[in-house]
Design a binder for this molecule. Structure first.
Ligand SMILES: [Zn+2]
Length: 326
């Protein structure tokens, strides 16, 4: 399969190209700026003190992967990331985990970087990640804690440039992974079809000016759960049909939410849309941090990842050969 250059460059091709160039220039400037203040340190995944790694101590899981700690400061905030790279298969997507409390996402990212290659970048907020507290970076010198998925802003170039440091000159596909709370707050709904309720912000039943859902017709697993979906952002000028891989996933009977990005909320999805980067986000319902809860949520994420890669993995530097090591 070939990368669909023709589609990427029409009808808003020039605008997309300019956006990509501006985005990459900003990223590269950020990377250049940041080397002076960054620390990179190799990490042994079998001994490092951190709940995510403690749940994955089987040496076989780490064969062919290298793990490092990335640390840097921006303003008053100190950030810590884990970088997990597939050494034998460096090409592949950039897998991004921004919420340390969403523990199935670490497990799914580890599976994905083993299966499909590339690099996983994981935000770490501390060694203990069993509560909602772990969602936020509190190393802010007294300022309020920061949601790592509301910090992708051009005014904070070091953060985006570190998380996205491995995008490369022909930007890789970015795959973000999240778990979410059941249902959605009815106050967010803006259409007649929105039914249900709950505490979350993400659901295939939620529609409004920002989110346009395309629900699975068969509702076959993993799409039997309304919180299990692919979310793809797009800019209003380009239209929903420009959302990367959206048409193929609708045909494959995924739950797909198209996110119309008008003003960025600092999320990676909004940042990606505004910088012309190929991006998809997989969401599933959070089932807690027990081994069974993590395994069940991870299985749903991995199913969506594999199905997406089989249909849309025709991006530069990615071939469709799944690693035999899974
Ligand atoms: Zn999240």
């Amino acid at each position: 399969m070939r990368f669909r250059d023709d589609r990427a460059l029409r009808p808003n091709g020039w605008r997309r190209v300019v956006a990509i160039m501006v985005g990459m220039a900003a990223l590269l400037a950020g990377v250049a700026l940041s080397f002076a203040s960054s620390a990179f340190e190799p990490v042994d995944p079998l001994t490092v003190i951190d709940d995510d790694f403690a749940r994955h101590r089987d040496p076989a899981l780490w064969t062919g992967l290298s793990v490092s700690r990335v640390m840097f400061s921006e303003g008053a905030t100190t950030w810590r990331l884990w970088r997990i790279a597939n050494v034998s298969r460096p090409d592949g997507p950039l897998w991004v985990v921004t919420h340390d409390n969403e523990n199935a996402t670490f497990s799914a990212a580890l599976d994905a970087v083993r299966s499909w290659g590339g690099v996983a970048m994981v935000v770490d907020t501390g060694p203990v990640d069993g509560s909602y507290r772990a969602r936020f970076n509190r190393d802010t010198t007294g300022s309020p804690p920061i949601d790592p998925n509301r910090n992708f802003r051009d005014s904070l170039p070091l953060y985006a440039s570190h998380v996205l440091a491995d995008l490369g000159p022909r930007p890789r596909l970015i795959v973000a992974l999240h778990t979410n709370a059941p249902g959605f707050d009815a106050a967010l709904a803006g259409c007649a079809k929105a039914t249900g309720g709950g505490s979350g912000e993400i659901s295939i039943r939620l529609c409004n000016a920002r989110f346009q859902p395309s629900p699975s017709l068969s509702r076959r697993w993993p799409f039997d759960d309304d919180d299990n979906l692919a979310l793809i952002p797009y800019l209003p000028d380009a239209g929903g049909q420009s959302a990367w891989c959206g048409d193929r996933l609708v045909k494959a009977d995924f739950n797909v939410v198209f996110e119309r990005v008008v003003k960025s909320d600092g999320s990676l999805s909004n940042y990606a849309a505004q910088h012309g980067l190929r991006y998809i986000n997989f969401e599933t319902r959070d089932l807690g941090s027990s081994p069974a809860g993590i395994a069940a949520a991870k299985a749903r994420l991995v199913h969506m990842i594999d199905a997406m890669m089989e249909r849309c993995g025709d991006v530069p530097e990615v071939d469709l050969r799944r690693l035999a090591s899974r």
